[in-house]
Design a protein around this ligand. Structure first.
Ligand code: GUN
Length: 295
């Protein structure tokens, strides 16, 4: 008997393309209405190869949808004080609607200090404490971008989260923690958050109707850890080096896709799952920041 694919592949590239088309359309309308065209600024410190690639993708996405953009690059020797002063300038620049500081930063710079210096109204990554708290507010400002992308994927694939057992593996400040709150608040799900101190991870993941993994450990989730028919969302993106890969590296998720996928009803691939959605959310947030600032 020929093995048939029984699961649905959640195609983040396709959904991100749809979202970019919707944004392009909105930019056309803004032009016709003679309103402000969104302007995203990107701050990149140092010359980390992976960060450069991510930033290139963000610039390309801005060009695709017709946003204005500004790239600001600084050497990795820049002091924390100097970087804070540049952030002050961008905060004040009335033409810039939103901006991001690409992470990671050099070790001598405090990520929290830098992040909290960004005006929440321009924080299109949704990293500030104000925007984190916004998840539980009646009037959210800008949602954290990657979790927003995951929620959008679930919505556009008609995955009903209400009353479902959602298990989030990874409690990071940027993904796991805000995503678990969004699943409770907007998704009305029953949420369990697992992290590196969780004992017997498998006993939790096996209960999941919807399993979301954001850890950064390739192959962490194996076949026996997943319930038959589960929806699996893999947020992991780890660069694994090796001469067998075309560019000398490959991007690997946290899920052992080959063996886990046949058990699932739906699953995201890596790459091509959540990754493209982070950029789509960044564009959505930039558009939202622009429209909030220029009603
Ligand atoms: N580094 C890795 N992912 C991200 C992201 O989504 N935003 C920023 N600013 N830095 C990152």
């Amino acid at each position: 008997m020929v093995d048939e694919k029984t699961y649905t592949l959640i195609d983040g590239r396709k959904i991100a393309t749809q979202i970019k088309e919707e944004i392009t359309q909105r930019v056309q309308e803004l032009k016709q209405e003679e309103k402000k065209i969104p302007h995203l600024a990107i701050i990149l410190v140092g010359d980390d190869g992976a960060s450069q690639t991510y930033v290139d993708h963000k610039v390309k996405a801005c060009k695709e949808v017709g946003f204005h953009y500004t790239m600001m690059r600084f050497a990795d020797t820049i002091s924390e004080d100097k970087l804070l002063k540049h952030i002050d300038q961008v905060n004040k620049d009335s033409d810039v609607d939103g901006f991001i500081v690409q992470l990671p930063l050099p070790a001598h710079i405090s990520v929290e200090k830098i992040t909290e210096h960004i005006r929440p109204e321009k924080d299109v990554d949704g990293f500030t404490n104000r925007n984190f708290g916004s998840i539980v507010s009646k009037n959210p400002l800008l949602m954290p971008a990657t979790p927003l992308g995951v929620m959008e994927l679930l919505k556009r694939y008609n995955v009903d989260t209400e009353g479902k057992n959602c298990v989030v593996v990874g409690a990071s400040r940027l993904v796991g923690a805000p995503l678990s709150m969004m699943l409770v608040e907007q998704g009305r799900a029953t949420v369990t958050v697992c992290h590196k101190y969780t004992k017997d991870l498998k006993s939790f993941t096996r209960q999941a109707d919807i399993l979301i993994v954001a850890v950064g450990k390739p192959g962490l989730i194996t076949e026996e850890m997943v319930k038959e028919g589960a929806v699996v969302i893999d947020v992991g993106t780890t660069r694994v080096e090796g001469s067998q890969f075309k560019n000398g590296y490959a991007i690997k998720g946290d899920v052992d896709f080959k063996n886990v996928a046949p058990k699932c009803s739906m699953i995201t691939p890596v790459p091509g799952g959540v990754g493209p959605m982070t950029i789509a959310s960044l564009l959505l947030n930039t558009l939202r920041a622009t429209e909030l600032r220029n009603p």
